[in-house]
Design a protein around this ligand. Structure first.
Ligand code: GLY
Length: 352
């Protein structure tokens, strides 16, 4: 697979990625390599990763606990302390080996440590391959509020090795699939149709095209002033639903993809009501979502809590929630204001 050139760094695939990483390390003469993992990627991915790395530099592994619940400042402090105790300096390199929590948090840790050290992302889940590891967003959650603390910072390179996908569950693969569906709906409907028709799906091709799309969008608008907002389609309500399930003791958490899949159905419904997005396409999206993800019954009693969390979305300005909605597939309108009643109707539509 060819490499993709992002704003200031390459995205390399498979073996070429390992060679490039070894070269990058030699050329920059890093003092120490800190590999950030969680207990799962340490067990399942690190043994595959390490023989591919050609270097004589000192390597230190830092392990954090897996899960969105640990994507917070407390975990960052633990990592900063570990790097400090292990003698990290400005010429240290952090290599993130994991899913979205590891790449988001690791990039943030690197960007703040001693005012910024280099980092390389090696995503091991579908979600982090097609979304989190590319585009320069780093950060952590504040309580259950998603990605409230963070900054834009680019890695030195991204290495995508799709063989890591054999280490993750089907539920995780489905979580990442939601982001591919998002690229399809908002930018390139062929991706949506390929998943819908589900014939001879080649995951490598879906990943490559998804990264290409994300990169095209980010190159046009790195700091999310305009077109990059389309990458938030389904995420405005989806994040609120995800946070609500994260903070509810009596509910099993949803994966990011499960939550934004619901968000996409709801936001298609709002799009139909406000922008004339065709009703048959709303149905098409809902049918596809329900064919992949089991239905989550959103309780009427929970709507108030979800609406409360919606007020913290990062796109909000002056207390007003801003949605990205669709006039059609691949045709969007940014910064749409939506009345509370319609948001609630959209959740009822998902439930129906
Ligand atoms: N995940 C959306 C973005 O990177 O802009």
């Amino acid at each position: 697979m060819n490499s993709i050139q992002a704003i200031s760094y390459p995205v390399h695939f498979q073996d070429k990625g390992y060679n490039s990483l070894s070269n990058l390390i030699a050329e920059n003469n890093y003092s120490t390599l800190f590999i950030l993992v969680d207990e799962n990627t340490f067990k399942s991915c690190y043994p595959k990763f390490i023989p591919n790395l050609q270097t004589d530099k000192r390597i230190e592994v830092i392990e954090i606990e897996s899960g969105e619940i640990n994507k917070n400042l407390e975990t960052c402090i633990g990592v900063w302390n570990a790097i400090t105790e292990l003698g990290g300096d400005r010429k240290s390199l952090i290599i993130t080996l994991g899913g979205g929590v590891i790449t988001d948090l690791g990039g943030f840790v690197a960007s703040c440590f001693k005012r910024g050290i280099d980092f390389v992302n090696i995503p091991t889940t579908l979600l982090s391959m097609v979304d989190a590891s590319v585009g320069g967003k780093t950060g952590v959650d504040l309580g259950v509020l998603k990605n409230q603390i963070g900054l834009f910072a680019n890695p030195e390179m991204v290495l995508v090795d799709t063989s890591y996908l054999t280490t993750v569950s089907e539920r995780e693969i489905k979580s990442g699939t939601a982001e591919i569906i998002k690229y399809g709906i908002t930018y390139d409907i062929t991706l949506f149709n390929e998943i819908k028709n589900n014939k001879d799906l080649k995951i490598e091709d879906l990943i490559f095209r998804s990264i290409e799309i994300k990169n095209e969008v980010v190159l046009k608008d790195p700091k999310e002033q305009n077109i990059r907002k389309i990458l938030n389609f389904g995420h405005t309500l989806g994040h609120a639903i995800e946070s609500f399930y994260l903070e509810s003791d009596d509910k099993e958490s949803l994966t990011h993809g499960e939550a934004i899949a619901i968000g996409m159905v709801c936001e298609c419904f709002m799009s139909a009501k406000l922008l004339g997005f065709p009703a048959e396409k709303v149905k098409e999206v809902k049918d596809l979502v329900l064919s992949i993800y089991s239905k989550t019954a959103l309780l009427t009693d929970d709507f108030t809590g979800i609406m409360e969390l919606l007020k913290h979305d990062k796109k909000n300005v002056n207390g007003q929630v801003n949605f990205v909605l669709l006039k059609d597939f691949e045709d969007y309108k940014l910064d749409c204001k939506v009345q509370e009643d319609l948001i609630i109707d959209s959740m009822e539509f998902y439930n129906a």
